[in-house]
Design a binder for this molecule. Structure first.
Ligand code: SME
Length: 138
């Protein structure tokens, strides 16, 4: 369907712009709720391909954000028990939920190869990015 292709293309451009302009953003992707299933599905991304294209709610950082509706900043992935490793080079992760009409419909997920790089400024910035994406999706 042409509308969804266009949305995916725009999301891919957002991922690429973020990855290429912020030195410590090494993988940037959007996951969305997969239909009426209690799982996330990978949409557009920039960075290395991942095997984790489907993530059940509650599993990993992404799956936890799907149910908590809250930002999740992981300064050191080795210190997390409920974590799904996508690459051995990743040291830190941030996941920010994406709301459309107040509903948590997905998230932006960023992996960093730098230890403890994410600050409040990243959270505020990524919340803003997600608000722009919500308007594209709405
Ligand atoms: N690390 C994530 C899985 C997705 S990959 O980072 C792309 C998690 O624990 O949910």
């Amino acid at each position: 369907e042409s509308k969804s292709l266009s949305v995916e293309h725009r999301l891919e451009e957002i991922c690429t712009i973020l990855k290429e302009n912020i030195a410590y953003y090494d993988w940037v992707g959007f996951y969305f709720k997969n239909g009426d299933k209690d799982e996330l599905k990978l949409s557009s991304y920039a960075g290395a391909p991942t095997d984790h294209t489907i993530i059940p709610f509650g599993k990993g950082i992404c799956g936890q954000v799907a149910v908590s509706n809250e930002n999740f900043v992981v300064p050191d992935v080795k210190a997390q028990d409920n974590y799904i490793a996508c690459s051995i080079t990743v040291k830190a992760e941030i996941v920010v939920p994406l709301f459309v009409n107040g509903e948590n419909i997905g998230q932006i997920d960023i992996d960093s190869n730098t230890a403890n790089p994410f600050t409040d400024a990243d959270e505020r910035f990524l919340e803003w990015v997600n608000e722009q994406v919500a308007e594209i999706l709405n």
